[in-house]
Design a protein around this ligand. Structure first.
Ligand code: ADP
Ligand code: MG
Length: 724
């Protein structure tokens, strides 16, 4: 196809599209968890004793004896086969942001030639995918580079329906034969464990006697774009890089704010309903959906769940979003910045910790005692973000999220904590040693001192903060829309564990001096705030003043790119943090640095190659064709004695030449191989390669505004964002 033919065809396809008829949604009660092998199903299917054993495993992660595993496996298979399933698969979460699966049939050959199915406890518990095809960094796997998967009973098995059948999916951890974590699930489980242990210590010191195991919770709000597949198919950049590498801003951007919370377009509603029904069948509690700020952008937020389950569900949601969008003629973009100059997409990770006896420890509660527990846990988070800000920045670092962080719209690349006016002043007063002076609004008697009750949901939500307290949880807003929530949850749980350990030590020392409980808590928090209070910031996170003050006065770090962020994983303090809490060994941590660095370099190189190809094979030819047309016309006009203004031709020629000069530079830069270190290679990508890509784009985007619309080969922003 030449010129804009593919665009014209795409628009005509979209205009003439027959919309999928809307069916009445199934009743929630009928479909909820229908495809999940959850505890209720196990209770029906298993003997009392077997159920008791497996329930304990599900709730505490305690190992399951082989005999019970056989019984569970048989029941699981029975249930799945009755629903038309022929295959099972261990699903696991390698160090990429996607999931991996290896499918096996239930069927085994039998001597008399009949088809019989089998699924034993050992098949349920352990699988052996070919580990060598997944990133493992420097971890040398023995035994022919293989790893194995092991059932995670705390995340329920489910049935995945695809066009070619149904598969029983078994959530698993993935490790090397030498026991190193090769995935995103093992560290999450370990971090939860570390947090639980540390929290138990603090709560016992606070006089609690009945303390149930603590778990972290996560509710992730996912933003995404939908673009019509007809457009996407004519954009190699959207298909291969997930974002537009070229494209001039549309005359109408998002400045009218008329999309946010506006009516959801009909086609999108049909997509959402289909998508959500699938989620309900899988027991994923999708709760809210609405338009987002940018045109073509939407959000979905499931209700919060235990972090480990939420992380698995989040991955499943991303997979289903993409496949369901395809069914409805859309391409679903999870990239953090698919369109330059238009709002990007994030994933707000709402996080809290709690248990069944003390409840949510990040909820201020309604008694003085609950208030004290809350202040300690909240203080622990403040200390964590201050000490490990660079780690939090590293776990959300990716080539794609770099387009958002540090830009003027998304959370800034400086990690600070927003508490809300009231809570901030309480912590300030604790730091200044004058808590008892607070008297207005719901005073509580703490003996020696008095503390305010807090408003549940402080209305003054600060949208510019990367890490905000929102009434009963923290919201990590800088996480990228395409990322697994696992990395951020691991970092938060682990820094919390470290802080709670520190608090326990200090508190114990205070209490052993005979200080009363409330005074001891305030003394510990005073010290904590003196050391770490600088990370608390309630102002405008985007302002230039803050960027200056954060770095110069408060000593916080502004970490603009992934190249600057990932080296935090090699810092001594971070190594110590993970080793002392048992979450990641130094080898495991180093392998993560290597894998993530490699991913960063690779994704920039892929984009760069694509920029070169598109500039040479699509944009330059359009420019030449247009120049040809102008010169032909000029020549014939001249014959008639009419002289045409040649300024457009001059601009087009100059821009096309400048673009091709930058392309040559980029080709040359891509040939460089002699890097002294991975860090240096990443810096080269962040600045040299990206810089040249931006330069090429600037020329191409100018050309887009100069060249005749009928010759422009790529669907334009205004078309992709506004035609549905
Ligand atoms: P907003 O857009 O105002 O931030 P949403 O209602 O869209 O809020 O999303 C809030 C998310 O936070 C939901 O996923 C919700 O389930 C989750 N959430 C609420 N309470 C908690 C909690 N205690 N711990 C973790 N997540 C929570
Ligand atoms: Mg939010």
């Amino acid at each position: 196809m030449s010129g804009n033919q593919s665009r014209v065809e795409a628009i005509s396809q979209i205009t003439n599209r027959v919309t999928t008829p809307v069916t009445m949604p199934d009743k929630l009660g009928q479909i909820w968890s229908e495809d999940v092998f959850n505890l209720t199903r196990m209770e029906w299917a298993l003997s009392k004793n077997a159920f008791k054993a497996v329930k304990k495993t599900v709730e505490t992660g305690a190992p399951l004896d082989p005999a019970t595993a056989d019984v569970v496996a048989a029941a699981m298979k029975e249930w799945a086969v009755s629903k038309g399933v022929k295959f099972f698969s261990h699903i696991f979460y390698p160090m990429t942001n996607i999931t991996a699966e290896k499918h096996d049939g239930f069927i085994i050959s039998s001597p008399d030639g009949t088809a019989i199915t089998e699924f034993t406890g050992s098949l349920l518990i352990k699988g052996e995918p070919d580990g060598s095809s997944f990133p493992n960094g420097s971890i040398r796997m023995t035994n022919a580079a293989r790893g194995y998967t092991a059932w995670d009973p705390t995340s329920p098995a489910y049935i995945m329906h695809t066009d070619n059948g149904a598969t029983l999916m078994i959530p698993c951890v993935f490790m090397s034969w030498t026991g190193e974590a090769l995935d995103k699930k093992i560290p999450l489980l370990r971090s939860n464990d570390a947090m639980n242990k540390a929290a138990q210590k603090v709560l016992s010191l606070m006089g609690e006697t009945d303390i149930a195991p603590l778990n972290s919770s996560c509710g992730a709000e996912q933003e995404y774009f939908l673009v019509d597949a007809n457009f996407a198919n004519s954009r190699p950049d959207l298909l291969l890089a997930g974002r537009t590498l070229f494209g001039a801003p549309p005359p109408k951007g998002q400045e009218f704010d008329d999309h946010y919370f506006g009516a959801i377009p009909a086609r999108v509603q049909v997509f959402m309903q289909d998508f959500e029904d699938q989620l309900y069948k899988l027991g994923i509690p999708a709760k809210t959906h609405h338009n987002e700020v940018a045109p073509g952008q939407f959000e979905i937020a499931p209700y919060f769940e235990a972090a480990n389950v939420a992380a698995d569900h989040q991955q499943l949601m991303m997979t289903l979003m993409k496949s369901t969008a395809k069914k409805h003629g859309f391409l679903c973009l999870l990239h953090e910045k698919p369109f330059a100059g238009i709002n990007g997409s994030g994933k707000h990770v709402n996080w809290s910790v709690g248990n069944s006896t003390q409840g949510n420890l990040l909820d201020p509660g309604s008694t003085p005692h609950e208030n004290l527990n809350f202040l300690l846990f909240c203080g622990a988070v403040i200390r964590g973000v201050h000490l490990y800000g660079p780690l939090l920045r590293a776990v959300i670092a990716s080539a794609s999220n770099d387009h958002r962080l540090g830009a003027n719209e998304a959370p800034p690349a400086i990690l600070s904590v927003y508490l809300g006016d009231q809570l901030e002043s309480v912590f300030q007063d604790i730091k200044d040693g004058k808590v008892h002076a607070k008297l207005e609004g719901g005073v509580m008697d703490l003996g020696l001192s008095q503390i305010l009750t807090f408003e549940r949901d402080p209305g003054d939500r600060n949208r510019t903060s990367p890490f905000a307290f929102t009434g009963n949880r923290f919201e990590f807003r800088a996480v990228g829309s395409s990322q697994s929530v696992s990395g951020p949850l691991v970092a938060m749980n682990t820094m919390l564990a470290d802080s709670l350990n520190w608090i326990a030590e200090k508190l114990e020392a205070e209490l052993s001096k005979g200080t009363d409980q409330a005074a001891a808590v305030l003394a510990v928090l005073k010290e904590l705030m003196e050391q770490h209070g600088d990370v608390v910031f309630g102002g405008d996170g985007y302002s230039a003043d803050w960027h200056k003050a954060a770095v110069e006065e408060r000593g916080l770090k502004n970490i603009p790119t992934t190249a600057d962020a990932l080296p935090a994983l090699r810092e001594e303090s971070v190594k110590k943090l993970f080793e002392s809490t048992g979450v990641l060994s130094p080898v495991e941590l180093e392998s993560r640095f290597e894998v993530y660095s490699e991913q960063y370099i690779l994704s920039i190189e892929v984009e760069a190659k694509l920029v070169i190809e598109m500039a040479k094979s699509m944009i330059y030819p359009a420019a030449i064709q247009y120049l040809g047309k102008i010169s032909d016309t000029s020549a014939s006009m001249e014959g008639m004695g009419i002289e045409l203004d040649n300024s457009v031709a001059k601009t087009v020629a100059a821009e096309a030449n400048a673009m091709m000069a930058a392309v040559s530079k980029l080709i040359e830069a891509m040939e460089k191989e002699d890097f002294a270190s991975t860090e240096e290679h990443m810096q080269f990508c962040a600045h040299e390669i990206r810089g040249l890509m931006d330069r090429i784009r600037a020329h191409a985007d100018t050309l887009e505004g100069e060249i005749s619309d009928e010759l422009w080969p790529l669907p334009k922003y205004r078309e992709m964002l506004y035609i549905k």
